[in-house]
Design a protein around this ligand. Structure first.
Ligand SMILES: Cc1ncc(COP(=O)(O)O)c(C=O)c1O
Length: 418
């Protein structure tokens, strides 16, 4: 098969594709594998019941059923849904926006593909622009997205050591530099993989830098505000005309509905919609059909406050506690868990690389993700990259506990090899 440059890049194997393949085949080979590697949300019976009821209501109403299956929506997404989201955001945060500031996508991942390539890559004058990640490590899923090379740059964070084996990354503004080759900045908040929540001051500072450089600030709110609200710390939602906020229904428990929501200036939304027409023709109708009522009634807020946030908060605290007990005196640190569905563990001076730890854990029936994969846009040989792992705590508690114990055993063995 003779592939184009596009084909070679996207149909070939990149780091992420290899990793996902490896996770997938490990699961196929061993169905009992403890899966702490992927981004699947946890199962919350109360939330599942709400979506099930909603689906039944849609299915018993012929008009709604037809809207769900029988029509192409506009490429910008269901107007009523966009109006409800806009009204909800306006009421909640006082943001000045309308349905024209909202677009729906087939998952936020595909929105990132379009948005990033809309801003970065080869410019009409032949120059090159990149997306800057002000705080690496960042979401692994950005990694393969660029249509051109050198698509990302990143700034190494500063590290604050905290009590009780915790630490926290901060944006290192003394090193963060933008220039005419910077297309946009992007942060996930809460951050996948670390569970970091950039402070309001950090966001304000990034916003001000982006505006001064006349580039957008993209905030990936897949875990964030106002929904699914997987945050365990005080933080303000942020949006203005220069911000592109990407939201998703996935971590509410609907990854299969593939629904992302982009909040941006009308100019960006128009451009995005045109591109989305070419790529997708239209967006799926399932997510909007299931979630519409939640936004109309405001129930989305009680659903996150009463079920989603507490589930992950308790699970994160419990998992940290288990790691403390099982890792004991070993030299470990955990990124302060402030949100998202993962713990980020740092084993300073680990005699083996995190890739090797991943392989050994896979042999023991536990899947995690080795840390170096998350340093998108950072090519230097910082040893820290190979001393970290990402562990999901979204599975049921007993499974997580078993996984924690096995991870601790393998880490202890690795340190003993020094
Ligand atoms: C930080 C972050 N952004 C975006 C996505 C993509 O989510 P989706 O395409 O399901 O909306 C994920 C998925 O895990 C994520 O972790």
């Amino acid at each position: 098969m003779k592939l184009s440059a596009f084909g070679e890049k996207f149909a070939g194997t990149s780091g992420i594709v290899e990793l996902m393949d490896d996770l997938g085949s490990a699961l196929n080979e061993n169905p009992d594998m403890i899966f702490m590697g992927g981004g699947n949300p946890g199962r919350l019976p109360e939330v599942e019941a709400i979506f099930q009821q909603r689906l039944e209501d849609v299915m018993t109403d012929p008009q709604q059923r037809h809207s769900l299956f029988g029509i192409y929506q506009s490429p910008q997404g269901d107007k009523e849904f966009r109006e409800q989201i806009a009204a909800f955001l306006k009421k909640q945060f006082g943001w000045k926006l309308s349905a024209n500031n909202i677009a729906v996508s087939n998952g936020s991942q595909s929105a990132f593909f379009v948005l990033y390539n809309m801003f970065a890559g080869t410019m009409p004058d032949g120059s090159h622009r990149s997306i800057h990640l002000p705080l690496a490590p960042e979401y692994i899923g950005y990694g393969g997205i660029g249509l051109s090379d050198s698509f990302f740059t990143a700034t190494r964070p500063s590290i604050e050591m905290l009590d009780e084996n915790l630490f926290k990354y901060h944006v290192d503004f003394s090193k963060l530099q933008l220039n005419e080759h910077t297309a946009a900045m992007c942060v996930s908040r809460p951050t996948n993989p670390t569970g970091n929540v950039l402070t309001d001051d950090e966001i304000a500072h990034l916003d001000q830098m982006a505006q001064a450089q006349n580039i957008p600030l993209i905030i990936d709110g897949a875990y964030g505000l106002p929904f699914p609200g997987i945050l365990f710390t005080e933080a303000k939602a942020h949006w203005n005309e220069n911000t592109i906020l990407a939201l998703s229904l996935s971590k509410l428990g609907l990854p299969g509905a593939r629904t992302g929501i982009i909040v941006a200036s009308e100019e960006v939304i128009r451009a995005y919609t045109n591109a989305n027409t070419v790529v997708s023709l239209a967006c799926g109708n399932l997510g909007p059909a299931l979630a519409k009522e939640l936004f109309k009634t405001g129930e989305i807020l009680s659903l996150t406050r009463d079920y989603v946030t507490p589930f992950y908060r308790e699970r994160s605290q419990q998992t940290v506690q288990w790691f403390r007990e099982s890792l004991g005196d070993l030299p470990f640190r955990i990124h302060k868990p402030e949100g998202a569905i993962f713990l980020w563990l740092w084993f300073e001076g680990l005699p083996i690389r995190s890739q090797e730890l991943y392989e050994r854990l896979k042999q023991r029936g536990v899947l995690i993700v080795p840390g170096h994969n998350f340093f998108v846009g950072m090519d230097d040989d910082w040893s820290h990259k190979h001393e970290c792992i990402r562990v999901s705590y979204a599975q049921d508690a007993e499974t997580v506990k078993r996984g924690v114990d096995i991870i601790a055993e393998e880490v202890a063995k690795a340190y003993a090899e020094a």
